[in-house]
Design a protein around this ligand. Sequence first.
Ligand code: ATP
Length: 898
Amino acid sequence: MKPASTPSVSGWHLRDARELAREQGVDPAQGLSEDEARLRAGRHGPNALQETSGRGLLSLVAAQCKDFMVIVLLAAAIASGVIGDLSDTLAILMILLLNAAIGIAQAWRADRAIAALRQLAAAQATVLRGGHLETVPASVLVPGDIVQLEAGNHIPADLRLIEVAQLQVDESALTGESVAVAKQSVAMSANSSAFLADRLNMAFKGTVATHGRGTGIVMATGMATELGKVARLLDTAERSTPLQRRLAGFGRRLSIAVLGICLVIFGLGVLRGEGLLPMALTAISLAVAAIPEALPAVVTVLLALGARRMAAVHALVRRLPSVETLGSVTTICSDKTGTLTQNRMQVELLLANGRQWVPGDSLPGVVHREALLAAVLCNDARQSGGDTPGDWQGDPTETALVRAGLSGGIDKAAMDEALPRVQEQPFDSGRKRMTTVHSGAHDYVAYTKGAPESVLPCCEARWTPDGPAPLDSANVLEQANTLAGQGLRVLALARRNHPRLPDANALAEVECRLQFLGLLALIDPPRLEAADAVRDCIGAGITPVMITGDHPATARAIAYRLGIVPERDAEVVTGVDLASLDDTALRERVARARVFARVDPAQKIRIVEALQARGEFVAMTGDGVNDAPALKRAEIGVAMGKNGTDVARESSSLVLLDDNFATIVAAVREGRRIYDNIRKFVRYAMTGNSGEIWTIALAPLFLLPIPLLPIHILWINLVTDGLPGLALAAEPAESGIMRRPPRPPTESLFAHGMWQHIVSIGLLIAGLCLGVQAWALAGGQRHWQTMVFTVLTLSQMAHVLAIRSEQTPLWRLGLRSNLPLLAAVLLTFGLQLAAIYVPILNMIFKTEPLGPQDLGICLGASSVAGIAVEIEKAWRRRATRFRADARALRHPCASRLR
Ligand code: ATP
């Protein structure tokens, strides 16, 4: 069904492309000059859709004021001020203001960090400027720019196409039409339909090239595009992460419990004869301090800061939740070419007519020359236009072929001119081959290159200068196998003469009855860091799996070299095997198989699903259009930033800016660190709150007066929760972080004894406070309240230093390994001393200066909290010491990895 879109007034589709280019003042062979592009950018603005604006300062302030408990506290403080002490009210107001300011700063920082990440993930475009091809952010395109499109590209602006090669575009985002549209470059007739979907020579912003190539001239950018007109901004960014949602839900339940406790405290106080208003203020202050309303915001900050650090190690997080889920990955399915290998292809040898040629040697015969000609003509590498004329850009396989051609005396640029390409069947990883047709002096010649199993069935003979000769395909395949077994990438080359230009749409006609030329073997060395990354994975309980479009023997050889499989003759599951396995059988196979070869991208999704059915948590890499479904299906879709397509990036949650397998492992490590730090923050904040509640709630049981004034409670909440909590984001990774198994995704944030810790250390802190209170009261000290106030603040500082690691003792971590935290602790300590010793603050906080002995007692009592955590850690160390090693030893590759 055609969508009912309003015909546009532009009518570009009716006009000749060259004429439009003239009108736009651009030469399609050169593009705009940089100066002209800058001028136009000033006139037209950035090529971006106006986003629904982020949260402004006002809405952040409003969000803070909406907090119900803060409003109740304000009301109570004002009421008590009206009746009695106005200075109390003012002090409470001040602290609440400061608290709100910190809350706003946290939310603002989270928003900024997320916006910065979005910026990094922005789409790119290939544009011709001043005769050079450049990759630029799509936002800098201006009308008149000449843009190149390839399968997998997002169309960056509204383009009038001037050249297409089998270009197909998925316009469903704009028109609702789900079938990809085949594009053309010729002008359409005046009486053709004006529906967007029918403008075959236009490509619209927001749609996606799914096949072929094309070049277009930018006619409209930003809000002037068709997409801008319908203003349909596809904002897929998720507002909150699962962890944040879980925390928010938990916060609500906890708030109810805290309110209940505060009510009981209030009731007990009143029963004991305390004043109604002071008691109400105490109870409400406690509720404000103990309700963890800031948890979700702090978690966002920790995740976003973590995501920024990941970007620095070349892992760009597109969806914030994946930062927290990365730590749960149990299987990483990775491409081979470029991810595990260097993608620095080099032709090792050419085997033709029974003789080998190695680049650097002189060519042994005409067949070799013809094979090299096929390799450089059936080739999309482009001259980079840089200062060195010999520089070629494009697929590394193809640029390697151009270099090999040159060393055999065949110059691609000259050959492209002598035998211009008139038609092509682009490479796609499903067919695993490509063909180009070139016009010669009297006829046409088609060259094909691709995977041997894909090209040989199309060959009927062997090419020789004297005419076709018989071809022994089985023997050639055997030779290809032998080369692949050495880890080489093998391509077969073939050709065919056509007296007339074949029909471009009849694939079967173009790629049949070919004459075989030879086999080319390329070397693509494994990445140096990949073997270490594989070893890290295995140690961390993560299974690395290779899924490649390459030959099974090549895949196996590389997998063995990297330690992915333990034996040279390890099992390899091929795409053909996959097709013959039903889902149950596949589930069995994926339990053992570590290498999948000659796999179509479309088959990747079955592998992901089979792994998931076995309970695995899968990270899957991909770069092409067809990889998108598998990337979306995997828990963590990982796209290539350098060589990947926009579509793959859009479907992924993580983009590797360096296309490197080791970066995935680094991201997993970082994800584990961030999750650990979130747990540390929750552990710290909740234990502090629990200490405050127990202190106030238990005092009456020991017949002690209420230990703290409302202002003390609010102050403690202010100085302890804000800075030290956030500084935990800078905590380095735990030492054995990659030697423990992945965290089950459903595991509670409070697992591994966190609840027990919160309750017991909270009780200990309360015990210390009440002990000091009782001791001071018994000694007739007037400043007993100042001492309790100090112990409660400083014991939280001792606690935060001790919980920096779940296992390693503080003296081994060293204070300098987290300088922001050290600074936060020292600052809090200083502020607390100020509250005790600065006269004006004595008035506000109703404190009294402590003598050296009393201060010493406070310090001693506070450090007990830290010592208790150290004892708990020592006990935990004993329990887990040998677990990780035992697991690594169980892995089949362990003996080779040691
Ligand atoms: P991976 O999936 O690990 O990235 P790959 O690059 O080998 O590996 P594909 O790009 O799907 O996967 O390529 C599959 C096969 O197609 C290759 O093994 C090769 O034989 C052939 N091939 C790759 N690139 C080209 C090309 N530019 N022209 C012709 N054939 C190619």
